[in-house]
Design a protein. Structure first.
Length: 136
């Protein structure tokens, strides 16, 4: 009985398995976690390498479609690359997942401004202020 547990314990110790695992590549390479992929994307984002950050955020979403920060950060990256329609789509999904977080609305304001949609930008700004406890 003890011998049968060893392989399982070894896999767990190596970080394999679990809900945020990428599943590995079948070639012995450890699977990347959602957090690791997202952090790599954030590293690119902080270096203003938005075109390099987007694939990492996309992979994080593939690994866990409910991982809200990846939508926020991919949306912000798209906005900085002036791909405003894609930014709005991602930020709308972030807001769906995290409706009480004003950041989603604040980032989407920038995308709507890029699309020259003042009415939607203004509505999002009011919502962000409301969520932050400020008077609109």
């Amino acid at each position: 009985m003890r011998r049968a547990a060893w392989p399982v314990l070894a896999l767990l110790a190596a970080g394999c398995g679990g809900p945020k695992d990428a599943g590995g590549d079948g070639g012995g390479k450890p699977a990347e976690t959602v957090d690791a992929v997202w952090l790599r994307g954030m590293d690119h984002y902080q270096k203003k390498e938005y075109d390099k950050a987007i694939p990492d955020f996309t992979e994080a979403i593939r690994l866990d479609p409910k991982f809200a920060p990846a939508y926020r950060d991919r949306g912000s990256s798209y906005s900085r690359l002036k791909e405003y329609d894609k930014a709005v789509a991602d930020l709308t999904e972030y807001i769906r997942l995290k409706p009480e977080d004003p950041e989603g609305y604040e980032f989407r304001v920038l995308a709507y401004n890029g699309l020259k949609d003042a009415a939607k930008a203004s509505a999002d700004l009011r919502m962000a202020e409301k969520l932050r406890g400020k008077k609109p």
